[in-house]
Design a protein around this ligand. Structure first.
Ligand SMILES: [Zn+2]
Ligand SMILES: [Zn+2]
Ligand SMILES: [Zn+2]
Ligand SMILES: [Zn+2]
Length: 419
């Protein structure tokens, strides 16, 4: 039965909530950084409707495939446009040159814009804390200086009719299929386009020499011979390589972050429930553990304004301490800053590099994600207070399939010295 109206079908795409009533009062986005008065408390009173993202184990194998238009964290990206992936310098850390690791993706279509009928934002970062510390200095650079980033965000949008997906909404029952095959992906990271091929078996592809060498050392040296032999009897590559229907990518790397589905809940639902003991049935870490961590972090802050900011941050987060994403694309929406230091001013947010228009806050990632990713608490382990994603206000159409948007990373100690 595919007789649903257009509105029905749009609702069946389970994206992050996009509120398009345009009459929200417009607030200034940036608070004067030297202002020590009670502005943070005032901000709390004018709450924008925020959609929270929580991590859950995926329900089915197909839940996180691209034809399900997932929001997900860890593992490999479910590329929306599976062919024209970011490549070259875009896919690597500008500081150390390593291919970037997939953090998460958020499916956030803009219903009133036909060219963004499907729209997914992808966040990647270098796993090196050394790079992230250097990235801190880079993110303050202003045009025309070229920043070298270790955190990158891409936006991909597709119209309703496109070569990659049927126009009918997904049934979410395991029978959904994409319309075409995707690009060959790297055998090691499963993340980036595999432009390079193993010269011996010519069966497996890699995004970079780095990943080819790593795979050879750890696994492919043995597989390679077997693959070369099997190709003589039948071309297993063509029966196996263009996996249209399942497309479950086998990934050799064991250093990807664990994979989760992101489930959305409106923050307002927690306003009434917050007094009850309502841990999610499926929550993966306990609230107590998050609370303890939050409290211990408070000791780190020296400045009063940071302490105050942290307190109001925590007050808002504690309603649903396992949230990892806060999403709100409304006009005037602001991120919830854990600290008052290390926030960008309006001038620090660049213009859209494609249309030169303004970029606005769209969502932020909270440090709880690091616990789900089992990132250790060592001195050189990856750590951040929040990652804030800004995107083109008009979600402009560009000639590239993946537009690069802007990420601002706030660390707990922005003054940390660069090694
Ligand atoms: Zn790096
Ligand atoms: Zn790779
Ligand atoms: Zn090989
Ligand atoms: Zn733009």
């Amino acid at each position: 039965m595919e007789s649903g109206t257009k509105d029905d079908s749009i609702e069946k795409f389970r994206g992050f909530h996009i509120d398009d009533d345009g009459d929200d009062e417009v607030q200034e986005i940036i608070v004067d950084e030297d202002d020590d008065e009670d502005d943070e408390d005032d901000d709390e009173d004018e709450q924008q409707p925020v959609t929270l993202g929580f991590l859950e184990e995926k329900e089915y194998d197909w839940s996180l495939l691209r034809q399900s238009f997932p929001s997900k964290a860890g593992g490999v990206p479910a590329w929306l446009d599976p062919v024209n992936l970011p490549s070259g310098r875009s896919s690597a850390c500008d500081i150390c040159g390593e291919p970037l690791q997939f953090v998460l993706q958020v499916y956030a279509p803009i219903s009133e814009k036909e060219s963004a009928f499907h729209r997914t934002l992808f966040v990647f970062m270098c796993q090196s804390m050394t790079c992230l510390l250097r990235d801190q200095h880079e993110q303050w650079k202003r045009y025309p200086e070229k920043a070298s980033r270790s955190v990158k965000v891409f936006c991909c949008q597709l119209p309703h009719l496109n070569p990659f997906y049927p126009s009918a909404p997904p049934r979410y029952d395991g029978t959904d299929k994409p319309s075409g095959t995707g690009a060959k992906l790297c055998n090691w990271c499963g993340t980036w386009k595999g432009d390079k091929v193993c010269s011996s078996c010519r069966k497996v592809h890699y995004c970079s020499q780095k990943h080819q060498v790593t795979d050879w050392r750890l696994a492919h040296r043995i597989d390679c011979q077997r693959l070369s032999l099997s190709s003589q009897s039948s071309d297993s590559c063509s029966s196996n390589g263009g996996t249209t229907s399942s497309e479950i990518q086998k990934v050799a790397s064991n250093t990807l972050w664990p994979e989760y589905e992101i489930r959305n809940v409106d923050e307002s639902e927690y306003d009434t429930e917050m007094m009850e003991d309502n841990g999610h049935a499926s929550s993966l870490i306990t609230s107590n553990r998050v609370d303890d961590t939050m409290n211990s972090l408070l000791q780190k802050f020296e400045g009063d304004s940071d302490k105050k900011s942290w307190a109001s941050f925590q007050q808002r987060i504690v309603k649903a301490p396992e949230q990892v994403v806060r999403y709100c694309r409304d006009a005037g929406a602001k991120p919830l800053w854990p600290m008052s230091s290390g926030r960008p001013s309006q001038a620090d947010i660049p213009k859209c590099r494609y249309c030169n228009g303004a970029m606005i806050f769209e969502f932020q990632i909270l440090p709880q994600l690091l616990y789900y990713f089992n990132v250790k608490n060592d001195a050189d382990s990856l750590d951040w207070a929040t990652i804030v994603v800004y995107t083109c206000e008009s979600s402009c159409e560009a000639s590239v399939a993946y537009k690069e948007e802007f990420a601002w990373v706030q660390l707990y100690s922005p003054s940390a010295s660069v090694p």
